[in-house]
Design a protein around this ligand. Structure first.
Ligand code: ADP
Ligand code: AMP
Length: 192
């Protein structure tokens, strides 16, 4: 179980897609994608609430996100290796997931400047059709990231599960760093 984090637009989804195309036994689940899907599901009681939180860059209540993740994981049974992208957005979510579903093995944390993330998001926003790829929502998402998600870095670092990845550079360069960090950690764990 690998949690994949980093600021908005840092390249989490891009890197997860590459990792699963290389390591087919892993399943990529994006918390944001699952929430966007649920928002549009006919009959969902959470559509409006999710849309409001996404547009405001706020963290959707964890019961909703964890329940969507659980269902998605069950749908992939008997697969056991998961990259959970965009999760946990705060420490409370991480603790709730680990208590209810299973412990995480490591946390890939992609890092680059806000300036670079803004550039990537504005570029993505030209075609994404996402209601939060606009300057107003992006600024709110940066604030939520700093206030709520950065404590997750410290929480898993103290547990020696954190793998910080420099996300500056081309997609290939970032991928090489992520792959190397994951493989090194796996080797070390196997040697214990
Ligand atoms: P996240 O999942 O973290 O929100 P994405 O993977 O959607 O981020 O990437 C955000 C945007 O930045 C996308 O348009 C993607 O193509 C682009 N991108 C991803 N990685 C890089 C990179 N290393 N350099 C430049 N652009 C990138
Ligand atoms: P993302 O697709 O990761 O950029 O997330 C887009 C938005 O979806 C976030 O700004 C939040 O509003 C919501 N979201 C994504 N992941 C989570 C999560 N783990 N918990 C709660 N809300 C989330």
């Amino acid at each position: 179980m690998v949690f994949v984090l980093g600021g908005p637009g840092v390249g989490k989804g891009t890197q997860c897609n590459r990792l699963v195309s290389q390591y087919g036994d892993y399943v990529h689940l994006s918390a944001g994608d699952l929430l966007r899907e649920e928002r549009h599901r006919t009959g969902s009681q959470y559509g409006e609430l999710i849309e409001h939180h996404i547009r405001e860059g706020k963290i959707v209540p964890y019961e909703i996100t964890i329940s969507l993740l659980r269902k998605a994981m069950e749908a992939h049974f008997p697969k056991q290796h998961f990259l959970i992208d965009g999760f946990p957005r705060n420490v409370e979510q991480g603790k709730a997931f680990e208590a209810a579903i299973c412990p995480c093995d490591r946390v890939l944390f992609f890092e680059c400047s806000e300036e670079e993330m803004l550039k990537r998001l504005m570029h993505r926003g030209q075609n994404s059709g996402r209601s939060d790829d606009n300057i107003e929502s992006i600024m709110k998402r940066f604030r939520t990231f700093k206030d709520a998600t950065m404590p997750v870095w410290h929480y898993y670092n103290a547990k020696k599960k954190l793998l910080p990845i420099n996300a500056v550079g081309s997609v290939e360069q970032v991928y090489d760093r992520a792959e190397k960090a994951l493989l090194e950690k796996t080797k070390k764990t196997a040697a214990l």
